[in-house]
Structure formats: structure tokens, C-alpha cells
Write a protein that binds this ligand. Structure first.
Ligand SMILES: [Fe+2]
Ligand SMILES: [Fe+2]
Length: 362
């Protein structure tokens, strides 16, 4: 066993004892074959030295061919026990929601809002911390992509955003139901159009655009908070007037519809564009920045993006040129382009390097 300074570590060395951070969190277990990524992690945590197995010290060198483990963040989440338990619970809740929405549509049965709120809130509180809400949802996306799963996702994301915006408990419940019912109108749009893999014709798109009004119509007879019905009707309206069905402007759109709009777009973006590559919140944030923040309520969208980014501070990221580093500092002017410290100890300010971007969290 040999105490080796972190700056002298080389890929290929093997730990002889577990490594703990100053706050007592285990960073690496015993018998870990070090990779450059792990060495960089140790540096990030400010670890000064590590116990290394004597026989691996000689054999290693910077040039030694070491199998770097490029398991994506997403893969790690999906392998975890927490994700497995979440998946089972999530599927149960989706079934409950599916049957309750089917009853509403076919028999106009009264919605049992208390029980629905309870179902979603328990899913939220049984399993989730703020980071894992997004981890779990991103990964569930790859398994179940139905309108019902989307509705649960939007309910959970909206509830979380509501919490960040300090909404009251009662309002959080209304927001949760708004998320569950926002796309109700899709249930009467032909499934062939909804699931069409190729691009839609103008007529088909016009058909899809009917869903907010159809959803609001279905909700009218229900004894539900007015704001839930407004969210169904207005969640595709945008503050700059570019939305549908009525092209309303910011002050005409209800606050709850504005929250649902953000949760809805975030969930749609992560499913359509990112899910094959694993978690990529920075890509999503970049899209929000590109497509115009003026479409959304400024306070809401900035709160949302800042909180999402905060959960990824310090994480290892892979850049599009193949280099790996840690997120060191967020640039409030360019949220998707933080300052990154590479494993080579080089600092890269992504806001000054348009050719580079974060490709994945690793
Ligand atoms: Fe919608
Ligand atoms: Fe939606």
C-alpha cells in the first residue's frame, strides 16, 4: 500500500482503500481501477492523496492503454435500485390515471381530484429529491412515451417548478391537476396522427392544434378549479403571441398555463431530441435560449433553468470534441455555456467557444 499524491496519480493504478470527501461522502471504493475521469473527480473534491496498491504503481503510466468506462449518466441512473422502485410505482400510477381519464371521456364520470393529487404527490415524495425527479423522468421517457406518461411527467415537473416559485400547498395541488389534465383533448385526436413518426401535413397539424379547446370542453362539466380548465385551454399560448389556439399575449395567459407551458415543452424536448443520447439538460437549456425566452414568463423560465442547472453543478460533462471536465461556474448570461475545468486542468469558458458545447453528463 502506498500513499500517493493526487497530482501523481496515473490511469491504471488501483485504490488500496476507499476514498472519502472531506464531508465523509465516499468518492471511490477500494480496488477501483483509476481512469483519467476518476482522477479528475478526486481533484475536484480536493483530495490530496490516495492509498494505491503497490504493484499497480509500477505498471501504470500515462500512456498505458486503460479501458475508460464511458457509462452514461443515464445508464447509471437506470441501473440503480431507486429507479427500479420508481418505475414500478410510476407504472401503477399511470394505470390509475389512464382509467380515470377513460372514465371521464367515455362516461363523463366526476374526477376524484383528491385521489389523483395523492397519487402524484406520493410518487413525488416517495422517491424523489430535486435531482432525481429529472433523472427518473428522463429515463422513464425511454420506456413509456404515451400521453398519459407525458401528463404525469408534466404534473411532476410543474409541481416542482411551483415549489421553486414558492406557490402555496393548495396551489401546488391545483398545478398538479393542471399538469395531469393539460393534454386531455389529445384523447379525442386520432392516434394515427398523434403517433405519426414522419412530419405532419398542414391538415394533421391543424387537427392536433384542436386539443387545447377540446380538452377545455371536456373539463367544463367537471367540478374542478377554474385554473385547471384554463391551463388545458392555454398551455400552447406563448407570451409573445406566437402560440395557439388564440395567439394570446403574456398578460392574457393564466399563470398556471404559463407554468404548464414550461413543464410541457421541457418534457417534450427531452423526449424528442435527447433521449437517444441520455440526459442532456444543457442541450435543452440551449434550445430554450435559442428559441427565445420571451415566449415564456421571464421569472418562471429563469427560475426553472437556474434550478435545473444548479442540480448539475460539479458534475462531469463530456464536450463535443471528446474532452471531459467538471462544471465550475454558471454564466447567468449564457446558462447553457458554463465555465468548465477539463481533466487536463485547462479552463474552458464555453460562452467564448461557440464551436464547443456540452454533449452529455457523464
Ligand atoms: Fe398540449
Ligand atoms: Fe403536453
Amino acid at each position: 500500500m502506498n500513499k500517493t499524491a493526487t497530482k501523481d496519480l496515473l490511469p491504471g493504478m488501483v485504490t488500496a482503500m476507499p476514498v472519502y470527501s472531506k464531508s465523509g461522502q465516499m468518492i471511490l471504493p477500494v480496488h477501483t481501477l483509476l481512469t483519467t475521469q476518476q482522477i479528475s473527480r478526486l481533484e475536484f473534491y480536493g483530495i490530496d492523496w490516495v492509498h494505491i496498491q503497490e504493484d499497480t504503481k509500477e505498471a501504470s503510466s500515462a500512456d498505458a492503454p486503460v479501458q475508460e468506462e464511458f457509462v452514461t449518466y443515464s445508464q447509471k441512473v437506470r441501473k440503480s435500485k431507486e429507479f427500479h422502485t420508481f418505475k414500478v410505482d410510476y407504472n401503477k400510477k399511470t394505470q390509475v390515471l389512464t382509467s380515470s381519464i377513460n372514465d371521464l371521456i367515455t362516461h363523463n364520470t366526476a374526477v376524484d381530484s383528491k385521489s389523483l393529487i395523492q397519487q402524484v404527490s406520493s410518487l413525488y415524495s416517495n422517491h424523489l429529491t430535486s435531482l432525481s425527479v429529472f433523472d427518473m423522468l428522463h429515463n422513464m421517457r425511454q420506456i413509456d412515451d404515451s400521453t398519459f406518461a407525458h401528463s404525469i411527467n408534466v404534473a411532476l415537473i410543474a409541481r416542482m417548478l411551483g415549489e421553486w416559485l414558492h406557490f402555496s400547498e393548495e396551489d401546488l395541488d391545483v398545478l398538479t391537476l393542471s399538469g395531469l389534465f393539460h393534454d386531455l383533448g389529445k384523447c379525442i385526436i386520432s392516434p394515427e396522427i398523434l403517433t405519426k413518426p414522419s412530419s405532419l401535413t398542414e391538415e394533421e397539424f391543424a387537427e392536433i392544434k384542436r386539443h387545447p379547446e377540446e380538452g377545455a370542453k371536456l373539463l367544463i362539466p367537471q367540478n374542478l378549479d377554474r385554473r385547471i380548465k384554463q391551463a388545458a385551454l392555454m398551455h400552447h399560448e406563448r407570451c409573445d403571441g406566437s402560440g395557439y389556439p388564440s395567439g394570446l399575449r403574456g398578460h392574457q395567459i393564466s399563470d398556471f398555463a404559463k407554468v404548464i407551458a414550461i413543464a410541457d415543452v421541457y418534457d417534450a424536448m427531452t423526449s424528442n431530441r435527447c433521449y437517444r443520447k441520455g440526459l442532456c439538460p444543457f442541450e435543452v437549456i440551449a434550445t430554450f435560449e435559442r428559441e427565445g425566452l420571451e415566449k415564456y414568463e421571464a421569472e418562471y423560465i429563469l427560475t426553472f433553468l437556474t434550478h435545473i442547472i444548479d442540480t448539475y453543478m460539479g458534475n462531469s460533462v463530456l464536450l463535443n470534441d471528446g474532452s471531459i471536465g467538471n462544471i465550475l461556474m454558471i454564466n447567468s448570461q449564457r446558462l447553457s455555456r458554463p465555465l468548465v475545468r477539463l481533466t487536463t486542468n485547462e479552463y474552458i469558458d464555453l460562452s467564448k467557444h461557440p464551436e464547443l458545447h456540452i454533449q452529455a453528463i457523464v
